[in-house]
Ligand binder design. Structure first.
Ligand code: NAP
Length: 269
């Protein structure tokens, strides 16, 4: 059997779609899973159902798993903490343990939100200190992944953008809506600093990591990757307005910290 067999969880999501395409284009045999969305090439499964997930994965016999599925909207996490722990932590542990039993490497996609954002830039050896519940559950997901096998990989990435199915799917593209709603004046955060990263770049890194892993056992543990350009939300709006040639005189920078779930000020990776 080919040694290039990969399961991608969350393959219907913003990042997972790009990861699925990148592995297919690199001649891997791919099984992509979704939950509520259907689609060609996708198997719909609730990965919180451990027995069904194990059956699906054992039948496919992957030598790699890229685990993208998660609840990643901080405000939704706070509304359903039990469900988030089941998905971000317990389902992750089940996958990581199963991968280890099958001799497969798992990449767990994590986030810059595991850091508190007070002392950027952060290296892979810096101590995480998540400020919000989302970051805490993602850090727990990292821990159960790395405890399950020394061969597993944690890839931390910052805010993502790329092709979207709806404008609010990415924290970057959602800003376009502010430009469309030009009837009323708006304040947009000019406080927290972000490093937006394209999903195709992250997908490329996942393929490269797992291809390198085939010949180099030292490819394991924690990796960071982030875009080079620093921007506040207001800066992103300025760039989007310029690209789409939209007026933004109704939008003003807000120097205050954002409301809602606590977010790191600058968690540059
Ligand atoms: N987006 C960002 O800015 C960002 C930044 C840093 C890190 N990350 C991390 O990157 C990874 C991918 O994020 P994303 O933006 O692609 O997320 P997303 O667009 O919200 O996609 C989440 C995926 O998880 C699936 N899913 C949800 N509940 C599930 C369940 N119970 N069983 C199986 N699958 C389930 C969804 O399936 P359906 O849609 O079919 O229901 C979807 O495919 C996550 O680990 C996230 O923490 C994201």
């Amino acid at each position: 059997m080919s040694s290039k067999r990969v399961v991608i969880t969350g393959a219907s999501g913003l990042l997972g779609r790009a990861v699925l395409a990148a592995f297919k284009n690199s001649q891997w045999t791919v099984l992509g899973t979704s939950f509520s969305r259907t689609g060609e090439d996708l198997v719909s499964i609730d990965i919180c159902n451990h027995a069904k997930t194990e059956e699906l994965i054992r039948n496919f016999m992957p030598n790699c798993i890229v685990h993208c599925a998660a609840q990643r909207f901080p405000d939704k996490v706070d509304k359903d903490l039990d469900g988030t722990i089941r998905l971000n932590v317990e389902a992750t542990k089940n996958l990581a343990v199963l991968a280890a039993k099958l001799g497969a490497t798992m990449i767990y996609i994590s986030t810059d939100y595991v850091f508190d954002g007070t002392k950027p830039p952060y290296s892979e050896t810096d101590t995480p200190n998540p400020l919000n519940t989302y970051g805490k559950t993602k850090l727990q997901g990292e821990q159960v992944t790395l405890e399950s096998s020394q061969d597993h990989i944690v890839l931390r990435v910052p805010v993502l953008y790329g092709p979207v199915e709806y404008i609010g799917e990415s924290a970057v593209t959602v800003l376009l809506q502010l430009l469309f709603d030009s009837e009323s004046n708006k304040l947009v955060s000019d406080s927290e600093i972000r490093y937006p990263s394209h999903v195709d770049d992250i997908a490329f890194i996942c393929v490269k990591l797992l291809e390198l892993k085939q010949t180099n056992a030292d490819v394991k543990g924690i990796f960071h990757w982030g875009g080079k350009e620093s921007m506040t939300k207001y800066g992103m709006v300025q760039d989007i307005a310029s690209v789409f040639q939209l007026p933004m005189s109704h939008i003003s920078p807000d120097p205050n910290q954002s409301q809602g779930a606590s977010r790191p000020h600058n968690a540059q990776l």
